[in-house]
Design a protein around this ligand. Structure first.
Ligand code: SF4
Length: 736
């Protein structure tokens, strides 16, 4: 592995536009962090033995990138220890300087002492989060530095021995800030950095910026300003001797980021730390994002990988196209169909350099559109899906795809079989009713539509919805008012049960389907502490407090009154040996853990009772939402849908909602699965065949729960998927 990324998740406050996975900390747990990353590195290397082809130690490291978060918040000793240990763990050439080692830093952390120490530790490139030279703007961004700190930081870095300094700047800020972008560019250039990274402001959900915009306190970034400022940056930087070598990055000769270039050329890299991504040219993996969850996993010797995605060859090809167009290397001319090349050249979006085609600044402004244009919808589906369903979609003509989408959307809106005239009208009569009728017949033959006896119109099949969800659907944005309503409903609740009940309710109301939720399963729940209280002459009360906030009380039967000091002693021993373990681990290892724990006869007797009763005492039954049970919102809105107009259908709905075991089983399979959509006949249990389940899993430390919506297969998938995803994130956040 030649490229190593290490994610440092800590920041001292959250910037107004940032939705990165960070841990806001006043005190940085540096030692725990370094230990955790090194532990993860050992786990990864043990799973991929080094110094063998393909193993993580088999190639000489070329780049290390400490990104974040704010890596410069780590004490300099921690940075030095981390780099030393990583260099020991991976193959590094005898010359340390041959390895590009980048540290992301905030200007306020750059002192002469830190700069010199970082340099001694082997850092040879610093990427400085300058963002702007306007103090008002920096304040608005919630940045901790002012403009003068940027110059001071650059000077301190130079004095410390750095000549490879990069500055980050953000453009396309709301007009109301009256930010002078040209001035910022000039001030940045006047500091003579070797490299500049320019990012357009984007509005991410759940950031202060998104909230300001939703309540009208800030204007959303506008495309015109974005384009103007981006093009101005090209002019200004070129005049100062910088050359854009990637859509967002410019440098002086010889100062390209070697680490980022590895990403853009599709090379393999290993990521360590919470939320870090890794890629081995075929499989992309990403780590658990929350710092504490990540730390617990690696300390327990478990892999930190949360999930992975295997790229098909077609997907890899699509990525290659995209990455190539991002950089000034561009595409080989042979990858560009001549008609498109001529059109793009005519618009001034690309230029030809030898046998390569690369984007102009105008082209980079519309990079996504160019990549889309390079692939027909059919090719795109194939590239993106890469499985048998993808092949099926690819076999549809463009017209079939358009008509299928229109039939689905019409049927979802009206609940009436869609006729050819209605669809023709939807297309503004550009396609005649006769043409559409023929296309619909073809789609029916291919299994995407059927028509009920009583109607000439068509209804989508489950397969049609599947194709729609996988290939045609454009996800809706959750509206500001829906988002606000969900937050309001959940914000006041503290208990897990209450949050889940309200989440199921509000999802049901907003989607007019049935909201469903499963509480975090407690088998993997971690014991925070326990208390033992006298509760009579022959029993004690055991109070288990779990890290999820759940408290469980249970009586422990004892043969006779226990002396208070023995009860206290036993509680101390149990806390010492069991706190921090999962309930499952406690049940299976209790006798082992208590084997040498009895200081005297009285406590030995009580401890024996715990060992014998462990299965009952440390088992939290799955009742209620907080115990892995199923919570449902109101079924009233769903029962009012036309699909349940007959007595028989309504009976089916009641059966599912009353016999929760079917739902519980279906939902339990989705724990930890992210976003899942199961449509009609795809369900394993036939009872659920009339329904679609859209769910998203949320996490509560090591626990996983599920939240979602159940409804008839006819549902506005684009809206519902977005709402479920949004709500599950919010629930996860609140529970964390
Ligand atoms: S310093 Fe960077 S990572 Fe931290 S909150 Fe600000 S933008 Fe996000």
């Amino acid at each position: 592995m030649r490229h190593l990324y290490v994610h440092v998740p800590f920041c001292q406050r959250r910037c107004s536009y940032c939705d990165f996975s960070i841990a806001v900390r006043k005190r940085i747990p540096a030692r725990e962090y370094v230990d955790a990353v090194l532990k993860e590195s050992a786990i990864v290397r043990a799973a991929n033995p080094g110094r063998q082809p393909g193993g993580f130690g088999s190639e000489t490291l070329e780049t290390i990138y400490l990104g974040g978060g704010t890596p410069s918040l780590l004490p300099r000793e921690a940075i030095s220890a981390l780099l030393t240990s990583l260099r020991d763990a991976f193959l590094v050439t005898p010359s340390r300087e041959a390895v590009e080692v980048t540290l992301e830093a905030n200007p306020e952390d750059v002192t002469p002492e830190n700069a010199a120490a970082w340099r001694r530790a082997g850092v040879n490139r610093v990427s400085l989060g300058a963002q702007s030279f306007d103090d008002g703007v920096l304040k608005w961004m919630h940045r901790s530095h002012d403009a003068t700190r940027i110059g001071a930081a650059v000077r301190a870095l130079r004095a410390g021995g750095f000549d490879n300094i990069s500055l980050d700047l953000i453009f396309a800020l709301p007009a109301q800030l009256e930010r002078d972008w040209a001035r910022d560019l000039d001030l940045a250039c006047s500091l003579l950095p070797a490299h500049l990274s320019l990012y357009g402001l984007t509005v991410e959900e759940r950031t202060p910026l998104a909230r300001w915009i939703s309540r009208g306190a800030a204007a959303a970034p506008d495309d015109e300003r974005y384009a103007e400022e981006y093009l101005l940056a090209h002019l200004r930087l070129a005049a100062s001797g910088y050359r854009f070598y990637e859509v967002s990055n410019a440098c002086r000769d010889g100062f390209r980021s070697r680490h980022n270039a590895a990403y853009w050329s599709g090379r393999a890299y290993l990521g360590l730390g919470p939320a870090a991504h890794s890629f081995d040219c075929r499989v992309r993996r990403w780590n658990l994002t929350a710092w504490e969850t990540y730390r617990r996993a690696v300390v327990a010797g478990r892999s930190a990988v949360e999930a992975e995605e295997v790229l098909t060859e077609e997907q890899q090809e699509l990525e290659r196209l995209y990455l190539a167009l991002r950089t000034d290397a561009g595409l080989p001319r042979s990858a560009c169909p001549p008609d498109r090349l001529a059109a793009w050249r005519g618009e001034g979006w690309v230029e030809e350099m030898g046998d390569r085609v690369r984007c102009t600044p105008e082209g980079w402004l519309r990079l996504d559109a160019l990549v889309r244009d390079l692939t027909t919808p059919g090719e795109r589906s194939k590239l993106l899906a890469g499985n048998s369903l993808g092949d099926m979609v690819a076999s549809l003509t463009d017209r079939e795809r358009q008509v299928l989408e229109a039939v689905i959307e019409t049927y979802v809106e009206t609940a009436e079989p869609a006729g050819s005239r209605t669809i023709s009208k939807r297309f503004g009569h550009v396609l005649s009713a006769a043409t559409i009728r023929n296309t619909m017949s073809d789609l029916e033959e291919k299994g995407y539509l059927y028509h009920p006896h009583t109607s000439a119109g068509r209804i989508p099949t489950d397969l049609a919805y599947r194709v729609y969800v996988n290939s045609l659907m454009r996800l809706s944005q959750v509206s500001a008012s829906d988002s606000h309503q969900i937050r309001e409903e959940l914000a006041e609740r503290n208990a897990v049960d209450q949050i889940l009940e309200r989440a199921a309710q509000v999802l049901g109301v907003l989607t007019k389907e049935l909201g469903v939720a499963v509480g975090p399963t407690l088998d993997e729940a971690v014991l925070e502490r326990l208390e033992l209280l006298q509760a009579g002459s022959d029993r004690l009360l055991l109070v288990l407090t779990l890290k999820s906030g759940v408290v469980r009380t249970i009586f422990v039967e004892v043969p006779s009154r226990m002396a208070p000091e023995i009860v206290v002693q036993v509680a101390v021993v149990l806390n010492e040996r069991l706190a921090g373990l999962t309930l499952r681990a406690i049940r299976t290892t209790l006798s082992e853990r208590l084997r040498d724990a009895a200081p005297d006869v009285g406590s030995s007797e009580l401890l024996n009772i715990f060992i014998q009763e462990a299965d009952d005492l440390f088992d939290v039954p799955a009742t209620g939402a907080a115990g892995g049970g199923v919570v449902l919102g109101s079924a009233q809105l769903l029962a009012g849908q036309p699909e349940f107009a007959t007595k028989e259908r309504l009976q089916g709905l009641l059966e599912v909602t009353e016999r929760r075991d079917v739902l519980r089983e279906a939902l339990a399979k989705r724990l930890g699965q992210g976003l899942t959509i199961t449509i009609g006949s795809e369900h394993q249990d036939a009872t659920l065949a009339p329904f679609t389940l859209v769910t998203a899993s949320y996490r509560l430390g090591p626990l996983a729960g599920v939240i979602g919506v159940m409804g008839p297969t006819r549902m506005p998938y684009d809206k519902i998927v977005a709402l479920v995803d949004h709500t599950s994130r919010l629930v996860g956040e609140l529970l964390e």
